[in-house]
Every structure is written in structure tokens, then in C-alpha cells.
Design a protein around this ligand. Structure first.
Ligand code: ZN
Length: 200
């Protein structure tokens, strides 16, 4: 499959998932039109891990997870953090790409949608961003922490929301996690930044 067709399959699966889920629809409207930007593939060390990810999924998330696995070698992967911040092992087993958004494979100014992956046993420290965020677990599981809330294990098919600027953190256990992450609201083109540890 070509790059464009492969990523269009991911977008179509994300749209179809959105159409079946009240939590996603409540969070944001999926853009009716998002033109392809033809970003070049940008591989990272975790691409084979994503392509081979067989962690438990959910009937509703399976189509998107499979589309992501197939498109993984062609996506324009990014890593927000430096080795000094998170270490080499973290960078070898984590990454994300912006499927939809201001700088994504498909352009939108109203909604940002990322596919993000973390391998087993990774500790994603406290961070925050101005945009409001919804995490949907496509496959695997992780423990999510957010300031002012009890920790919660997010499993396939489950979602949670972070408020604007609410510090949050995440830890995978013996399973990786593959997620679909939506951003809405302020600073849609911004990035997460590490923040001091919050008391959950
Ligand atoms: Zn976040």
C-alpha cells in the first residue's frame, strides 16, 4: 500500500471509531474535511514494536490498531523529549505521530489527533499542556495519574480526559500501550512540557 493510502486507512478507522463512541463525540467534532499533507515517513526505533504490537485490544479499537500497525513504517514519527529528559531506553521504545492536526498527516485547525505508543515498563513523568486531552486505549494498558485524581489503569476501549494545564503522568506495566489521543482547545499546535511532580 502507498504511503497516502496507508495513512488514509488510519484516518478512516479513526473517523469510524469516532462515529461509534459517545465519549469521543462529546469531546470534539471529527473534522468533516482534513486534506492530506503528504508528510514524509520519519522512522524511530519503536516502529518495529508498533508494527508488531499484539497487546490485547478491544472489538471497537481493533480496526484502528490494525491500521496503525500497518502504517507504522510510513508515519512521520516524533519524540517530544530529549535523551537528557527521559533516557535512551525510553526513546527506543516510545513515539507518536500526528495523524490529524495543524502539523499532521491530515490538516485540521480544530482537532489534533495523535497515535502514541509506549513499550512495557516505561515511566512517563509529570507533564502538562494548555490543550484539553482525551486518551483512548487502543491496545495494552497503563496506569494514568493526574493531579487531583486517583490513579487509574486504562484498558482497551477505555478513555479518560485531562483538563487544560492539568499535570499528568503515565506508567506502563508489563504491557505496552497503544493510544489514540485527541487535543482540543487552546494552543492546539503546542507541545507537552515536563512539570514538577504533582500530588495526585
Ligand atoms: Zn497529555
Amino acid at each position: 500500500m502507498t504511503l497516502s493510502a496507508s495513512l488514509r486507512t488510519v484516518l478512516a478507522a479513526a473517523r469510524a471509531l469516532h462515529d461509534t463512541r459517545a465519549d469521543l463525540q462529546t469531546f470534539a467534532h471529527f473534522p468533516d474535511w482534513a486534506p492530506s499533507v503528504n508528510l514524509a515517513p520519519q522512522p524511530i526505533p519503536a516502529v518495529p514494536l508498533v508494527a508488531g504490537c499484539t497487546a490485547a485490544d478491544h472489538p471497537e479499537t481493533r480496526a484502528l490498531a490494525l491500521a496503525v500497525r500497518a502504517a507504522a513504517p510510513l508515519a512521520s514519527w516524533e519524540q517530544t523529549y530529549s535523551e537528557a529528559e527521559v533516557g535512551r531506553d525510553f526513546l527506543n521504545r516510545y513515539g507518536y505521530f500526528e495523524l490529524l492536526g495543524p502539523t499532521g498527516h491530515f490538516h485540521s485547525r480544530s482537532l489534533r489527533g495523535y497515535i502514541a505508543y509506549w513499550g512495557p515498563g516505561l515511566d512517563y513523568g509529570w507533564h502538562a499542556h494548555a490543550a484539553e486531552e482525551l486518551y483512548l486505549c487502543l491496545a495494552g494498558a497503563a496506569e494514568f495519574h493526574a493531579e487531583g485524581r486517583a490513579p487509574r489503569i486504562l484498558r482497551p476501549g477505555e478513555s479518560l480526559v485531562h483538563d487544560a494545564n492539568q499535570p499528568h503522568a503515565m506508567r506502563t506495566t508489563d504491557s505496552p500501550i497503544l493510544t489514540w489521543v485527541l487535543w482540543r482547545g487552546q494552543d492546539l499546535g503546542g507541545q507537552a512540557r515536563m512539570v514538577p511532580k504533582a500530588v495526585a
